[in-house]
Design a protein around this ligand. Structure first.
Ligand code: FPP
Length: 264
């Protein structure tokens, strides 16, 4: 993608435009993963029920998905519902599932328009049949798209993913001698996808909350105090600009710039 494609979508003269101009399009994170947090606190600040925070969070999802696609991000993963989230009150869980279904139904056109391929990561088989049905429609209708891959993590837990991968590797007859890190990652839900370069968490919490535990080994983490329902294009651009200033070493040392002595 290009600056022009992003600018076509951003109000001229806005802080978003200034940020967009700071992005280096040759050094974009290939995969951005987001822990969407703070919906409940956003609602509490407004004396609203918690579910209103989730409802407002859908606007942020919409904005971030389209901004990411226009930016040229290859993979976007949003953490929508963890295995642990089933412990929440039934009414809140039901609202989250309803919002998800409605999002998929209403936003399918946007996904198609932006050439976005939609996928789900998590224990999908354990989701209610009506939710699975809606997910299958979204996955099927966008399967031929060639642009950004949009993963929603649903009924997801990083530890459960690693256990599921180990089970699949055993079922596939992999022997201990065959197994290495690359081969093991082929059994994860994210097989074939690049690991997240950038992990964003909203609402100021400094935790990874069982999200993509294997894949975030070398991710750059960016935390904002902003609650998820207030998160917009501007925040994503801030995160990308901050990411591009990081010095990624993957456990090694910073390579000194080579100076060819004596070279003309
Ligand atoms: C965390 O806030 C947020 C969630 C558990 C759910 C996020 C889900 C959505 C925004 C809607 C559906 C998503 C998609 C992708 C369509 P919290 O409730 O833990 O907030 P708190 O920490 O302030 O209580």
């Amino acid at each position: 993608m290009s600056l022009e494609q992003l600018l076509a979508w951003i109000p001229p003269g806005s802080p978003d435009e200034a940020l967009a101009r700071q992005v280096n399009f040759d050094q974009l994170p290939a995969h951005v993963a987001i822990i969407m947090d703070g919906n409940g606190r956003w609602a509490a600040e407004r004396h609203l029920p918690r579910v209103e925070g989730h409802r407002a969070g859908i606007d942020s999802v919409r904005d971030v998905v389209e901004t990411s696609a226009r930016l040229g991000i290859d993979v976007l993963t949003l953490y929508a519902f963890s295995i642990e989230n089933w412990k929440r009150p039934r009414a809140e869980v039901n609202t989250l599932m309803t919002l998800l279904k409605r999002y998929l139904r209403l936003e399918l056109g946007t996904l198609l328009k932006n050439n976005i391929r939609f996928r789900v990561i998590g224990r999908v088989d354990e989701l209610p049949p009506d939710v699975r049905h809606e997910l299958e429609i979204g996955i099927g209708r966008t399967a031929g798209n060639t642009g950004m891959l949009f993963n929603i993590a649903l009924n997801y837990s990083g530890r459960a993913e690693i256990v599921d991968a180990a089970r699949r590797a055993i079922a596939a007859g992999i022997t201990p001698d065959d197994l290495d890190e690359q081969h093991f990652s082929d059994f994860l839900y994210t097989a074939g996808q690049p690991d997240p370069d950038l992990l964003i968490r909203t609402s100021g919490e400094m935790r990874v909350s069982n999200f993509l535990l294997w894949q975030i080994a070398y991710s750059e983490i960016w935390v904002t105090e902003t609650f998820w329902p207030d998160f917009r294009c501007r925040h994503l651009l801030e995160a990308v600009v901050a990411y591009q200033k990081r010095d990624r070493r993957y456990g090694g040392i910073k390579q000194p710039t080579t100076v060819a002595l004596g070279a003309k």
